[in-house]
Design a protein. Structure first.
Length: 80
């Protein structure tokens, strides 16, 4: 498949058109990932070992960190 300069220019224009929409999503993804990893190493993990949660957080975009923050943190039982 031979691409001409015009085809490449058209493809780049299409990509650059969506870049302003992708930047906030990328920032949210990395922010969630960093926050979830910090929480993982500060707290005990539930259901999986820490290395398992780390793999989920890193490789499953947006859903992985959210899943850990909802279900993966071990709840402290308060004795009143």
């Amino acid at each position: 498949m031979n691409m001409t300069a015009a085809d490449i220019d058209l493809a780049l224009t299409g990509i650059l058109q969506f870049l302003p929409l992708l930047i906030p999503i990328i920032i949210i993804q990395y922010g969630l990932m960093i926050f979830a990893l910090v929480q993982l190493f500060k707290n005990e993990a539930a259901y999986l070992p820490k290395w398992g949660w780390a793999l989920i957080i890193i490789f499953i975009n947006i859903i992985g960190p959210v899943a850990f923050l909802i279900a993966g943190k071990k709840k402290d039982k308060e004795n009143d």
